[in-house]
Design a protein around this ligand. Structure first.
Ligand code: GLV
Ligand code: MN
Ligand code: MN
Length: 595
């Protein structure tokens, strides 16, 4: 059976799929799910397919509805990954394995693959499955495949079962793309932009191949310059770096004086972070502008893209520096804060060629904007487990951050009797366990101690000082505040009982930010137009949008993450296809503004 078309420039012919009789369509879908035509059979009941994205979702959902036994059979229907051609491989598998360069694996790699495959099969009872075309769709190297195999051997059987199914859907996605003669471009290029920007990383991390970009370091400034060049190449009308280090690009509206949609996200990262957190929300709108420029098209609304310089709070105590500057909440006293090396924020700005005196002038006038939208990788497992590429954010959880010192008395570890110690770490431990329990009791609150230090600690000294951070988040400010009150009261009690002192500094207070109903509905409409079900969800992570919320209506769109949605971790990942859908969604959203 010939596919409906093979011309890579031609659009996907949904009409053929929706009009042709079952037997022919099944024949065409055969091989998308390895030796498992039942998946396509189940999906046929859901015709008409609204788009290729819808077809992919319906197929994945058919598997989700099928139950454990059938899912296991689907996993087992896949061949063991081999480093050389073996008989019985489907044509699709052969092409994929060749693309991954598996057949060029060295003898040592080939042996390692066999050994790991065997161990994997023994551990889980099914073959290791990976979409060897990878998240970009162009093929993983043998080395990358082996690394994944080793890593996934450590997973729990239930996580690994889910991961195999996700990989199977990804294999199906690339097979369907091939059948339809379509490639996720510019999604693939945008995926490449993330790799390109990730080559800049701070000293201490770069050497280890880790990504870390803190506010105004050399790597941070290199990112800003790269973004300036990138925005210019996309065809923005204006590109500049502002007083706080934001890279701003403006694409003017068709009619001078019309309002702008403000969008963007941050380009700083956490230490050893992922490549997509923040950056995705810069690159997706950049790709949209490039598409519009290529078509010579102006929209009724202008688009202003801000690559925010600081959101992660890695270098200074204060955070959301970049978005606070836009909302007029940047506090002058922050400039005196020192980083770990004693460099003040003021000095760091001066060295980077920024003039802090100009910060008040970059405050935005809300009357020039229709609202703020932010596209962001989900940073959680929800969309991944639902087989959905896009999700609609209903609100962003409110957060509070503190730096805390617990002070006891340093004394000899050998001679201080247990009942006569004033041990700062033991007090910390008792309190930290309570913080965990208190957050858990709410069901949807979270409490995290992400930094912990025993300054000048020694192996044979009872700790006299314990320095830590506390990050609290909840969907409502009142819920967050009640949790904070209980956790700080417990700290008081523990310290009193143990004869210790404590000091606390509140470094961040960000209000919960419900999405603007009108903007949220616009996102929902775009997702529906793309042919996907609308899934609404809160954001546990903080975002620049929660600051912009203070001056503008805001709403966010989430993009599915791979590896069960892990984030703030180098395994954070998304696919070219999901990026493609995000670009499509933002373009549709932009077209929806009539002004
Ligand atoms: C930002 O990534 C945050 O939620 O901490
Ligand atoms: Mn982050
Ligand atoms: Mn982020």
């Amino acid at each position: 059976m010939t596919p409906p078309h093979t011309d890579t420039r031609a659009p996907f012919t949904l009409e053929w799929l929706n009009r042709t009789d079952d037997a022919l369509v099944l024949q065409w879908l055969d091989g998308v799910y390895e030796h498992s035509l039942w998946v396509a059979q189940a999906a046929l009941a859901h015709r008409p397919f609204r788009s290729l994205a819808h077809l992919k979702w319906v197929l994945a959902d058919s598997v989700a509805q099928a139950g454990h036994e059938q899912q296991l059979a689907l996993i087992k229907a896949h061949p063991m990954l081999a480093a050389k051609p073996v008989s019985g491989l489907t044509t699709e598998s052969q092409t994929e394995q060749r693309l991954a360069g598996l057949w060029q694996a060295t003898a040592a790699q080939s042996r390692q693959l066999q050994d790991l495959n065997r161990t994997y099969l023994q551990s889980f009872g099914w073959p290791f499955i990976i979409a060897v075309r990878g998240p970009r769709g162009l093929g993983l190297t043998p080395q990358a495949i082996l690394q994944e195999l080793e890593r996934r051997l450590e997973a729990s059987p239930s996580d690994e079962f889910a991961e195999c199914l996700r990989q199977i859907h990804r294999i199906a996605e690339t097979r369907l793309n091939d059948k339809c003669g379509t490639r996720p471009e510019p999604g693939g290029e945008v995926w490449d932009w993330h790799q390109w920007l990730a080559r800049f990383s701070d000293p201490g991390f770069a050497e280890k191949g880790e990504l870390s970009v803190s506010y105004l370091t050399a790597a941070h400034q290199a990112c800003a310059q790269t973004l300036v060049l990138g925005m210019r190449a996309c065809g923005f009308d204006e590109v500049f770096v502002d007083a706080v280090g934001n890279v701003v690009g403006r694409y003017h509206p068709a009619r001078p004086g019309a309002k702008y949609v403000l969008t963007g996200s941050h380009y700083d990262t956490v230490r050893n972070g992922g490549k997509y957190d923040g950056r995705l929300g810069i690159f997706v709108p950049m790709a949209c502008v490039r598409e519009l420029v290529r078509k010579g098209k102006r929209l009724q609304a202008g688009l202003e893209v801000v690559a925010f310089a600081e959101e992660e709070g890695q270098r200074y105590k204060a955070t959301f520096l970049a978005s606070s500057a836009l909302t007029g909440e940047f506090r002058q006293e922050w400039l005196d804060q020192l980083d770990a090396d004693g460099v003040s924020m003021h000095e760091a700005m001066r060295r980077a060629g920024l003039n802090p005196a100009d910060i008040p002038a970059i405050q935005r006038d809300p009357s020039h904007y229709l609202g703020f939208v932010e596209v962001h990788i989900e940073q959680g497992p929800v969309l991944n487990s639902l087989n959905l590429p896009l999700g609609i954010v209903t609100s962003i959880n409110g957060s509070l951050r503190y730096l805390i010192d617990i002070t006891g008395t340093a004394s000899h570890a050998g001679t201080s009797p247990m009942h006569q110690r004033r041990d700062a770490v033991a007090a910390f431990a008792e309190w930290a366990v309570y913080a965990e329990e208190r957050a858990r009791a709410d069901g949807n609150s979270v409490a995290t101690v992400g930094m912990l230090n025993v300054p000048q600690g020694s192996i044979n000294v009872v700790p006299g000082l314990c320095r830590c951070s506390l990050d609290l988040r909840a969907p409502f400010d009142a819920q967050r505040d009640a949790m904070a009150q209980d956790i700080l009261k417990k700290l008081q009690t523990v310290c009193e009982q143990r004869g210790l002192q404590w000091q606390i500094e509140e470094t961040v207070r960000a209000a919960a930010a419900p999405s603007d109903p009108g903007l949220q509905q616009r996102w929902e409409k775009t997702v529906t137009e793309i042919g996907l079900p609308v899934h609404r969800m809160p954001s546990g992570a903080g975002h620049d949008a929660m600051k912009l919320h203070n001056i503008l209506p805001q709403a966010m769109l989430f993009v599915r993450g791979e590896n069960q949605g892990i984030s703030h971790n180098p395994l954070e990942c998304t696919t070219a296809d999901d990026l493609q859908l995000a670009i499509h969604a933002l373009l549709l959203l932009m077209h929806s503004f009539i002004c």
